[in-house]
Design a protein around this ligand. Structure first.
Ligand code: FNR
Length: 188
């Protein structure tokens, strides 16, 4: 059965290298994963005063997550953490209290940076948030991508065979993780 994967790019930049990485990941993913981007750029700043009257964009975010079988986060590291818009989206999705959209959700985390650390520190921050939100994260393999514009192309092509094999293996592992979680915790 095909699984619906909602993917969230942590960067709002039109030139995002993480958006390029998302295209490369989708290009090598197993055929039984269907991908839909869940946008986060139009969300207002989270304010708990609005918990009783969610703005339309926040409701759309929760609906998109709830309609997914799994969520894949592809995000840059900003100042050794995650970008503010991504944290904001997680806050919206986690509320109102008792309606946390990440509860038991299969999830994967990956990211690209221009630096050698490849978002390793930012991903730990994201994992902390997702743990609290009770998402079922794939913890291995980890994937810290140092972006090379000659290797990762916006078309989704990966020109270096070793890098392509790594992304392919990551997505196969992600698929297997999703299946394992859904076997125990089926989504309605
Ligand atoms: C960065 N960058 C960065 N890189 C890194 O490896 N660790 C970091 O902590 C940061 N911090 C950081 C903060 C801010 C505000 C910006 C704008 C950038 C550099 C970052 O890796 C680079 O800009 C990437 O291109 C960001 O990914 P997107 O937006 O292109 O997907």
């Amino acid at each position: 059965m095909a699984r619906k994967v909602g993917y969230i790019v942590g960067s709002l930049s039109k030139d995002s290298i993480n958006r390029v990485l998302s295209a490369c990941l989708i290009a090598v993913a197993p055929d039984d994963l269907d991908f839909t981007e869940i946008p986060i750029g139009d969300l207002p700043l989270y304010n708990r005063d609005l918990d009783g009257d969610y703005p339309a964009s926040a409701t759309a975010l929760k609906d998109a997550i709830n309609a997914s079988d799994a969520i894949l986060f592809i995000t840059p590291e900003y100042n050794r953490s995650i970008p503010g818009p991504l944290k904001n989206a997680i806050d919206w999705a986690s509320r109102p209290w008792g309606q946390n959209s990440f509860d038991h959700m299969p999830a994967g985390v990956i990211g690209a940076s221009v630096g050698a650390i490849g978002t390793a520190v930012g991903q730990q921050t994201l994992r902390l948030c997702l743990s609290f939100c009770n998402a079922r994260q794939m913890t291995a393999p980890e994937a810290y991508i140092q972006f090379d514009p000659e290797v990762y192309l916006a078309s989704g092509e990966v020109t270096d065979e070793t890098s392509k094999e790594f992304l392919t293996s990551y997505m196969q592992e992600f698929r297997d993780h999703v299946e394992r979680v859904l076997t125990v915790l089926p989504r309605n």
